[in-house]
Design a protein around this ligand. Structure first.
Ligand code: GNR
Ligand code: NI
Length: 167
């Protein structure tokens, strides 16, 4: 079991645009295993490779109560989306901050699985929110960037205070 350090906002490495995976090999599967260990330990319901400073297009999500239904999306693309919906979001890279973000309500995503096999998935609810949140990480975007500049400044101040307290 390997736990990877999670980059903390405003680390500039969180703004890196991830490169596509050209071959889904054992190196990628090993990354997925380490990401899964890291996400489950955190605990979180999703994780993008960007957050562990690996700038490849890999995201994982596990919304199950039993934490044993890992979904893997390699080179994910949203091929259809509709509706709008608000959800209170959090992020392992922005600990202790929860804010409402508006996203598409329903999406169809196309990706490769951990065997390199293409699949398509229709998602709504929390799964659709998480896929969009994780895909933003691959573009170097963190959810707080949807908020007003005032809110962003307040969040930065709060994070700085939180970190002072633990150091
Ligand atoms: O654990 C997480 N919870 C969460 C809650 C609402 C909306 C999105 C998320 S994703 C987040 C884990 C994370 O930071 N993924 O990038
Ligand atoms: Ni996140």
């Amino acid at each position: 079991m390997a736990l990877l350090p999670i980059l903390q906002y405003p680390d500039p490495r969180l703004h890196t645009v991830a490169a596509p995976v050209s071959v889904v090999n054992d190196e990628i599967r090993s990354l997925i295993k380490d990401m899964s260990d890291t996400m489950h330990a955190a605990p979180g319901v999703g994780l993008a490779a960007t957050q562990v400073d690996v700038h490849r297009r890999v995201i994982i999500i596990d919304l199950s109560e039993t934490r044993d239904r890992l979904r893997v999306f390699i080179n994910p693309e949203i091929i259809a989306s509709s509706g709008k919906s608000d959800c209170e979001e959090g992020c392992l890279s922005v600990p202790g901050i929860f804010e409402k973000v508006t996203r598409a309500e329903r999406i169809t995503v196309r990706a490769l699985d951990a065997q390199g096999k293409p699949f398509e998935l229709d998602a709504d609810g929390m799964l659709a929110v998480c896929i969009q949140h994780e895909m933003d990480h691959l573009e170097g975007k963190v959810f707080v960037e949807y908020l007003s500049r005032l809110k962003q400044r307040r969040i930065l101040a709060k994070l700085r205070k939180q970190r002072q307290r633990v150091m």
